[in-house]
Ligand binder design. Structure first.
Ligand SMILES: *[C@@H]1O[C@H](CO)[C@@H](O)[C@H](O)[C@H]1NC(C)=O
Ligand SMILES: *[C@@H]1O[C@H](CO)[C@@H](O)[C@H](O)[C@H]1NC(C)=O
Ligand SMILES: *[C@@H]1O[C@H](CO)[C@@H](O)[C@H](O)[C@H]1NC(C)=O
Length: 452
């Protein structure tokens, strides 16, 4: 199997692969859309429920409702309960500035005090027929609404999206912005204008439940004609509006590459080529899954969470198997020697398998535990930094192995290959920390658009 030509070919394969991987490594960097069509139940003993953070696009100057140039954002839906509430609780749709303080005060031990603090600043700017009739901001709705009727705060039927009980129209004339949707068990006493905790124990034997069905979209939801509907933008939060196109591009590239690679591996039964094919096929599967999720998401605003998670996990396996190839090559496998000793194999597996496991665990931790409200992306969280740390450790090990291999190699041709190989692999190892550092410094609204 080892011939004089092999280093040339292998070099070509590895350099090409590393370059391609840096290009396509971006797949894992793309955000996976979380549902913008929310359904669920809020039990008031929970006190506070954060529902969603959504980026609304900048509204065009001459935007008009119900025209093709309607670039407003819409939040609409139904909120009902099978129980009659003595006083209604509150649905709040806030921009970041108003949200931060409101959110920070939710944990006060005394719920009445929490309610008062949460709404202290908001009270000055938010419209309320009884308490603040001259204010402009339309941020709150009293919920639940009576089944089959509009919510009490909706006084003009034309403003409400047909088939729903309430509608917020979001207009951001200057910049795109994130808006935060939440529910809280607080009510305003309309005679004193004070905020209080809705203590269900005073009125109900059991905590009453509120059912919600809320949709957030960029663009007009009254789609009488198809031209209203831009599937690439409509259901997507502003920061994720180009993900579908990106996945389509990746899909096409892989669709060309995978058959080529499979053809190549049949001609050249080189172990490196084989492993690389495995890694490539894994990534292709990942792209297919993520693309399917994103297409479904574009149609209904929900997508398929299971597909998205599987796609991400395939992506992790693909990257880690590529790392295994690099480590094997650094050991000199298929370059300076055909076989690797059993002890080397064991050492490699003892490090590599836990590395894969840690990667997956950190991914799960990141999905479940990390506070989705803060403007963080993957690399500004603990799990993200740990992934980076592991990867950097692997890189050091890789360099050390490579150095050892080169020390005992005297053929200048092979040394030359190892040098090129080391350089291109280093770039692959290092690009992720660089992406992370850039990401930290870019506004989350623009992060993915700039990085891709
Ligand atoms: C809630 O109030 C409405 C009218 O105010 C009444 O028709 C309905 O029976 C009440 N529902 C319950 C569960 O008490
Ligand atoms: C929402 O409520 C309206 C009536 O107010 C009803 O026609 C519509 O079917 C409801 N939609 C959902 C999804 O429950
Ligand atoms: C609102 O405040 C008034 C005056 O303090 C009180 O009589 C009334 O019971 C309060 N209403 C509610 C729903 O707490």
């Amino acid at each position: 199997m080892w011939t004089r030509n092999t280093p040339g070919r292998t070099r070509w394969i590895v350099l090409g692969a590393a370059a391609l991987w840096m290009l396509l490594g971006a797949v894992g960097e793309l955000p996976v859309a979380r549902a913008a069509h929310l359904t669920g139940t809020f039990e008031v003993d929970e006190f506070f429920r954060f529902l969603h953070k959504f980026g609304f696009q900048k509204t065009e100057k001459h935007s008009q409702k119900d025209t093709e140039w309607d670039t407003f954002g819409y939040i609409y839906g139904n909120i009902t309960s099978s129980v009659n509430f003595t006083v209604p609780v509150t649905l709040a749709v806030l921009d970041k500035r108003s949200f931060l303080e409101y959110y920070a005060n939710r944990n006060d031990y005394d719920r009445d005090v929490a309610c008062q603090r949460m709404f202290e600043k908001l009270d000055k700017i938010v419209y309320s027929r009884a308490c603040n009739p001259h204010a402009e901001a339309d941020y709150l709705r009293r919920i639940p609404c009576e089944p089959g009727k509009l919510c009490v705060d909706e006084d003009t039927r034309e403003n409400v999206v047909p088939g729903s009980q309430f509608t917020f129209v979001i207009s951001d004339p200057n910049v795109p912005r994130f808006w935060y949707v939440s529910m809280v068990a607080c009510y305003q006493n309309v005679s004193t204008c004070q905020w209080h905790h809705y203590d269900y124990r005073k009125y109900h034997p059991e905590p009453p439940a509120i059912n919600y069905d809320i949709t957030l979209v960029n663009g007009n939801p009254n789609r009488q004609t198809l031209s209203f509907f831009n599937p690439l933008l409509f259901h997507f939060s502003f920061d994720q509006q180009n993900t579908l196109e990106m996945y389509l591009i990746f899909f096409v590239v892989y669709l060309l590459m995978v058959p080529l690679q499979i053809y190549a591996v049949r001609l050249q039964k080189h172990p490196v080529t084989r492993l690389f094919t495995v890694s490539l096929v894994l990534e292709f599967v990942s792209v297919c899954l993520l693309l399917t999720h994103t297409v479904r998401y574009a149609m209904n605003g929900v997508g398929d969470e299971k597909l998205a998670i599987m796609g991400d996990i395939f992506d992790i396996f693909s990257r880690t198997s590529f790392m295994l190839i690099l480590l094997l090559l650094a050991k000199g496998w298929a370059v300076t020697r055909l076989q690797i000793s059993v002890s080397s194999w064991i050492l490699l597996m003892v490090i590599w398998i836990p590395y894969c496991a840690i990667h997956v665990l950190l991914y799960i931790w990141n999905r479940t535990e990390v506070d989705i409200i803060s403007d963080i992306d993957e690399y500004q969280t603990w799990p993200g930094w740990l992934v980076l740390a592991c990867r950097s450790t692997m890189m050091l090990w890789f360099l050390w192995e490579l150095r050892t291999t080169m020390k005992y190699e005297h053929s200048s041709q092979k040394l030359d290959f190892l040098l090129h190989f080391g350089a291109s692999s280093l770039v692959w190892f290092i690009y992720l920390p660089i992406v992370a550092i850039i990401a930290v410094n870019v506004s989350p609204l623009w992060r993915y658009k700039l990085l891709l």
